[in-house]
Design a protein. Structure first.
Lengths: 257, 313
């Protein structure tokens, strides 16, 4: 395939992915909006005022960046894992495998599909947050870059999960037992400066902490960690997972017998 | 002339140790209508899987219109359209979107993809169903959808894995007609089938695979020449009380207006009819007792069956 044909194939995959999550918006876009709105109500209006300030901001202002990032993480991951596993389950992945589309185009197409849903939900949640708090953007470049890279990273993670998955149970194990704990303990709801030194150290092994704090830095201008480190870690993870995903596709892991 | 498909010493051993292909070699010429026959588990689908990259070969060479799949699989795939045995499209997508998306995978720009999608959906009688979700189609429509999808990039080689399995007779005949037409327009067609009548009606050449080996690779006509004996059923005007015994033509009475009779390759039907006329028996119609190719297929494959395992053809 020449470059133009590869571009057409890439756009085809992206359009198909976006069409898929838009077609089932009641399952893909609405639930995270409702869930995060409930978080805003409970933590922002009901409990938040009793907690007081955190890192110099009201509690609702503090948690909004984390909640936006949480929705981006879970939705970019969920989109790729469910879509790619769905194509495996229905065997429609064979449509792509018999075609001349290079593996890296397949991978990037699915990743951009995941990023699209992650960002779509992120925008919806951001707009909802405006009903509960004033939103400021301190560093636009950092904000946009970290949210995009985070969506890429978790789309890649979802892709790897989908490749290895053999059943629908397999695509819920990682989100339930890995993704959710990492997100909840990744500084979404609190500053790690509140933790004892030991648990601060443990928290720093959690990659989600870096993404959430870099995003919070972009919006509020405050962070528990060095933002440069956050970018180094996220980019390193993205490169490593991309290379591994491509390796799985080249090998045809659980795709070609 | 460069072969449309050339397979040389192809081996496939699965991870569980099962050796599905044991060194098969095969050439299909451009423009041919080629049948691959064999009992279940013979290696037909594995062979197709290797050609279209769904199965990784263990060793051997495969080239499509001169392009080795190990050297440039992307180019080889541009020339191939595949209609699999089982439905493998997204059940929730619309018919139009399924075909147009496939065109996109082959790099066809959106406008051309839409034109081709319309062209093949119309040709296969699915244009009226274009806005329907694929899961709402009947089985026959789903098969036609897969053919439209395989043709949308206009491949030079079309491979169909049991395309008419479970399809009613009327639809099967119309699909045969459609396949004949696209073959006449120059598309090389390879099909696997369990319907021997299908191979006899459509195909010029045939390979029979059994347990990973090709045991026959010849023309359908040549294959039929190997048939030593045919059994005919004859319907008579007169009422018969017993089988009209004719020396050299064994047979038996079926009912009071028909009997079956075996005719060997060297024997003459004229002699048989003459003998029947002498006995005052007038034959109104005659037909083969079984599909001729089917008889031959069973005779070729049966000696290889293990442990009395039933063969499905």
């Amino acid at each position: 395939m020449n470059a133009q044909q590869q571009w057409v194939a890439f756009c085809t995959i992206v359009v198909k992915e976006i069409r898929r999550f838009m077609r089932i918006w009641q399952q893909t876009l609405l639930p995270p909006a409702i869930t995060i709105a409930l978080y805003f109500v409970i933590f922002g209006r009901l409990i938040g005022p009793r907690i007081g300030e955190m890192s110099g901001f009201s509690y609702i202002e503090f948690v909004v960046p984390g909640l936006i990032m949480m929705s981006v993480i879970t939705n970019s991951y969920a989109n790729v894992v469910s879509s790619f596993f769905g194509t495996k389950f229905q065997r429609s992945i064979e449509e792509l495998l018999v075609s001349p589309v290079p593996n890296y185009v397949i991978l990037v197409g699915y990743i951009i599909g995941g990023v699209a849903r992650g960002l779509a939900v992120g925008v919806i949640v951001t707009l909802l947050s405006l009903f509960f708090t004033h939103l400021q953007v301190s560093h636009m470049g950092v904000t946009v870059a970290i949210v995009f890279l985070t969506a890429v990273l978790f789309s890649l993670a979802g892709f790897i999960n989908a490749v290895y998955a053999s059943s629908f149970d397999d695509i819920s194990i990682i989100p339930t037992f890995v993704l959710t704990p990492l997100t909840y303990l990744g500084g979404v709801f609190y500053s790690i400066s509140m933790l004892p030194a030991f648990w601060q150290g443990v928290s720093q092994a959690n990659p989600v902490l870096y993404m959430v704090n870099a995003f919070r830095y972009g919006l509020l201008g405050v962070s528990d960690i060095d933002v440069v480190w956050a970018f180094v870690i996220v980019i390193a993870f993205c490169v490593a997972l991309f290379v591994y995903s491509l390796y799985l596709l080249e090998r045809g892991k659980k795709l070609r017998s | 002339m460069t072969a449309a498909l050339s397979i040389s010493n192809l081996h496939k051993q699965y991870d569980n140790g099962f050796e599905a292909l044991k060194g098969i070699s095969l050439d299909v010429q451009p423009g041919d209508f080629f049948a691959v026959l064999g009992p279940n588990g013979a290696g037909k689908s594995t062979t197709i899987g290797v050609i279209c990259s769904l199965v990784k070969k263990t060793s051997g060479q495969v080239s499509v219109f001169g392009t080795d799949i190990d050297e440039n699989f992307s180019l080889a795939k541009q020339n191939i359209g595949v209609v699999p045995q089982e439905f493998n499209f997204n059940q929730f997508e619309k018919v139009f979107d399924i075909v147009k998306t496939q065109a996109g995978y082959y790099g066809l720009p959106a406008k051309l993809a839409a034109q081709r999608t319309e062209k093949y959906l119309r040709q296969l009688g699915l244009w009226d169903k274009r806005e329907q979700r694929s899961r709402t189609l009947s089985g026959g429509m789903k098969r036609r959808l897969m053919i439209a999808r395989a043709l949308v990039h206009e491949p030079r080689l079309l491979i169909l894995d049991e395309p008419t399995a479970g399809v009613d007779i009327e639809l099967r005949r119309s699909m045969w007609q459609f396949l004949k037409e696209i073959n006449a327009r120059g598309t090389t067609i390879i099909l696997t089938t369990h319907y021997l009548e299908e191979a006899e009606s459509l195909c010029r050449n045939v390979a029979i695979i059994d347990r990973g080996h090709i045991i026959q690779n010849t023309s359908v006509k040549e294959l039929l020449r190997q048939l030593n004996k045919e059994v005919f059923i004859m319907d008579t005007r007169e009422v018969l009380k017993e089988f009209p015994a004719i020396e050299g033509y064994p047979g038996q009475l079926i009912d009071d207006h028909s009997f079956e009779v075996a005719v060997e390759k060297h024997q003459s039907l004229n002699e048989l009819f003459a003998s029947l006329s002498e006995r005052g028996i007038h034959v109104l119609s005659m037909r083969n007792k079984a599909n001729r190719l089917e008889e031959l297929f069973v005779s070729l494959v049966e000696p290889h069956s293990e442990n009395g395992e039933e063969m499905q053809v």
